[in-house]
Design a protein around this ligand. Sequence first.
Ligand code: NAD
Length: 271
Amino acid sequence: MLLQGKRALVMGVANNRSIAWGIARAFHREGAELAFTYQGERLKENLVGLLAELGGADRFPIFPCDVTSDAEIAAVFDGLRARWGALEVLVHCLAFAGRDELTRPFVEISRGGYAQALDISAYSLIRCTAAARPLLEAAGGGSVMTLTYNAVERVVPSYGVMAIAKAALEAEVRYLAAELGPANIRVNAISAGPIRTLAASAVRGISGFRDAMDEVAPLRRNVTTEEVGDVAVFLASDLARAVTGNLIFADSGFHVMSAAGMLELRRKDGG
Ligand code: NAD
């Protein structure tokens, strides 16, 4: 039980395929106390349905939170202060970009679409961490984590504006880690492989990237939300007490492969 005595807020469960749900289940298995946020009434129903698996929704503090609203973010942490008084772990597992922005040529990304993707997918980490900070300090420190994708340093067609949001997010991880380290607050990102989720369905061609994992990732397979959940357990636990400002890949090693290496593997496999 690596997370016994830890209180964790998980943001971003939309359904049973969500990476946030894989993280929540792994945290539950390891003995963490959990709270959740959901975006909108429809997703509340999904969350409440899923929580039956963990013993029933009434066992967990759950809060509405659209991260474009400072008031909703503040209400989440006010609610947690009243309920728990302190917080050890914050899981930021959410992102959004308009489908149009992901399908049009990169050079035609709109000003509004850019601002929205960056606001929801990147700025929200700063805002949520600021709101969580007093509770994390009350716990004597804690672990903040977010989710990214390896489309920042290398081009992934149709990831478009989301790649820019992830670049900002990854930079935020380093800046937040540097600033909050003295308060013993660690901030890290998990870079997950391509997983079939609601958010990912907006990325054209992603099913092809998923298939390619079986052929060209060092482990010759894709990753599951359970496996990402286990990496999150490590980051949330005291085992990671010296780990901050990091990007940890949970991608079957895909990120180490060069294009030449992948082509060579495909050629060999092809006979
Ligand atoms: P998902 O669709 O299950 O989760 C995305 C979540 O973002 C949903 O719960 C949605 O409600 C939330 N969200 C969107 N706009 C919001 C807003 N304005 N306010 C509050 N919440 C909002 O998809 P997922 O793939 O599990 O995504 C979770 C995270 O993992 C995202 O940051 C995503 O970029 C990242 N990620 C996904 C993959 C992948 O292939 N699925 C790979 C690497 C990283």
